[in-house]
Design a binder for this molecule. Sequence first.
Ligand code: GAL
Length: 341
Amino acid sequence: MRHLKLLAFTLTAVSLVAQPSRSRPETGAAVPEKAVLKPGEIWPDDRGLHVQAHGGGIVRLGDTFYWFGEDRSQGLDRAKRYVSCYSSKDLAHWNFRNRVIQLADPENFGPGWVLERPKVFHNAKTKKFVMYMHIDGRTAEGGYKIARVGVATSDTVDGDYQYLRSFRPLGHESRDIGQFIDDDGSAYLIFEDRPFGFRIARLSDDYLSVEKEMSLIPAHMEGGAIVHYQGLYYAIGSALTGWAPNPNKYATAPSLEGPWSEFRDIAPPETKTYGSQSTMLVKIVGTKKTTVIFMGDIWKPGTQWDSRYLWMPLEIGDGKLWLPEPKPWTLDLTTGEAVVN
Ligand code: GAL
């Protein structure tokens, strides 16, 4: 906290610089700096439409971030499920790339079937982009029992992903999923196994299946996300309250195999994570600082297309993690410094 305040104080002049124009050529030298991220507001894409990437995940390729998530635009075919992909060089200005999944019920899951929380992994060996998603039956009473992951692949990051199959990872129930890439490049799936808890498992070499369990944390948490920061693993998640927000929590461990600490609040519990639910943690390693960004969804169950995003730089270190009160903020991707305005 003190560090962010100090930065805010010393860099105020810089953060007041007007937002860079989107029309700058997209060369390496012209990466817009210090664009403002505004938690909870409408985030228009390059078409002026609110970004549809709910329950999403981010993949970074070189200097470009790709954001995948549930596309819940109004007026879509209710029998299909949609995932959209956006790209950005500054995490604030997002270009719509493609509706990478437009899928009619692929395995006879039934009316009201569910495709949620898509996460894309890039496999350097096979050069494929591999998408995991939560696949389920209708959420209404008695539903949500299929509890599988679906897998789809594409040869390009923003191509049309081909649905391959669904399965229960290592034979376990799987509802909300999260993704984690460790610093050595190994890829993990985080999944909520309702009878038992929060599982972390390594993907196979080709990423097409889930190979090895690293941990089962016996806590009922979903919206799972992990970051590896200064030698410690931090896992976050929310309680199981559907679309309603709740106090999200974190635990730490020296290794993905544990032992994991107790879960502790990431924000004042009465704020219910400022109305949001975790979906991803993104680490930005800069020349001066490493910033970890909390990415959460502010769900609007009755008007899903209007659900908002709460992204904030975390106060993190020495086994502690804290989500500051949401405010507009800027990020310098070169130095890694975040300034909360
Ligand atoms: C939440 C979950 C969302 C969605 C929702 C449906 O708990 O995190 O991804 O599944 O429930 O009620």
